[in-house]
Ligand binder design. Structure first.
Ligand code: ADP
Length: 317
């Protein structure tokens, strides 16, 4: 039915090399690394061999070029990435605290990412795509909503499917418009990929089985729950539960794990793999990605993930 597509922010990440340091004094930073949740997702999707494309906007600068070059090299369709003459590519500065939590300084709201529009190239990509993956992060970017809505209608009309990663920042759900968009995505998605408590936020109830049931009472037929270093579980509407223990890795940089997990899971399912196999690749993609510095530096091809799976023991096996 055509490629998997996503819509949303492309940016670069620049990170502190040492844990515990703040931005209040000069510190050593490395980067720029290609980033943005939709970009990481689509890069992993393409790397594993699924047809994949992204609708986005970057600035006419090296931060934009480094992203487009990476996505193109990894096999993603970049025809619908427009270039803003006026706004720069967004950036995120990140530092890790000693407890492993992160602190970001974002320059996205007034960047090229807010200039995504329904260009002729975007319309053409949507018209030939078979699956739309919606990122919660994109719901907060003005201008992307209309494009997402257009894509949902067009892809559903073609008999395509929708997945939703409800990774929206909690404070944004305080805004009634964002909350309504979030709820409507939960209502129409075929596959929902929450991480931890996002399951309860999406379902509107607490308790794992209650929340999963609430999602199946809407449109979803699969829920893929990400549990960080504890692995993941897929629940299906017909009552199956497939658990996948995490691979035992040393976590160097957690950014992008969930996006790689999602990109691999969606690509593998669309390639026709059964849930168990897709989930193993998704777990491997998430785990491999945390072993490398940079949001998408650890994304893997199918051969790289096969090698990773063969070499890496499970955490609780
Ligand atoms: P998100 O980035 O959306 O919060 P998670 O942190 O749950 O998502 O990561 C997604 C998946 O990546 C997990 O379900 C797991 O399979 C894998 N993963 C993430 N962190 C680790 C880790 N430290 N060790 C092993 N696997 C991990």
């Amino acid at each position: 039915l055509g490629p998997t597509i996503t819509i949303g922010e492309i940016l670069v990440e620049i990170m502190a090399t040492d844990r515990g340091t703040g931005f209040l004094e000069p510190i050593t930073l490395i980067g720029p690394y290609p980033s943005g949740a939709p970009a990481i997702f689509i890069d992993q999707c393409a790397r594993i061999g699924g047809a994949a494309g992204i609708i986005a906007c970057v600035g006419d600068d090296d931060f934009g070029r480094v992203n487009v070059a990476r996505l193109r090299a990894d096999g993603a369709d970049v025809s619908a990435i427009s270039i803003s003459a006026e706004f720069p590519t967004g950036s995120a500065f990140v530092r890790y605290r000693t407890d492993g939590t992160r602190d970001f300084v974002f320059n996205i709201a007034r960047s090229a990412a807010a200039q995504i529009d329904l260009s002729a190239a975007a319309r053409a990509l949507i018209a030939r795509s078979g699956h739309l993956h919606v990122m919660g992060t994109a719901l907060a970017i003005s201008g992307t909503i209309e494009i997402i809505e257009h894509a949902i209608a067009a892809i559903k009309a073609r008999g395509g499917s929708i997945s939703f990663d409800p990774n929206v920042r909690k404070e944004l759900l305080g805004q009634s418009e964002t909350r309504a968009r979030f709820a409507s995505l939960v209502d129409i998605a075929d596959l929902i990929l929450p991480s931890g408590d996002e399951l309860f936020v999406a379902a509107g109830v607490t308790g794992e089985s209650e929340a999963v049931r609430a999602l199946f009472a809407r449109n979803a037929s699969e829920v893929a729950l990400k549990r960080g270093a504890k692995g993941s579980t897929v629940f299906t509407r017909d009552g199956r539960r497939i658990d996948c223990p995490a691979f035992a890795v040393e976590e160097i940089d957690p950014t992008g794990a969930g996006d790689c997990f999602g990109g691999a899971y969606v690509a593998c399912r669309r390639l026709g793999m059964p849930i168990e196999q897709a989930l193993t690749y998704a777990n491997a993609a998430g785990a491999r990605n945390v072993t490398a510095k940079g949001p998408m530096e650890g994304a893997g091809t199918r051969a790289e993930l096969d090698a990773f799976i063969a070499m890496t023991p499970g955490r609780s096996r």
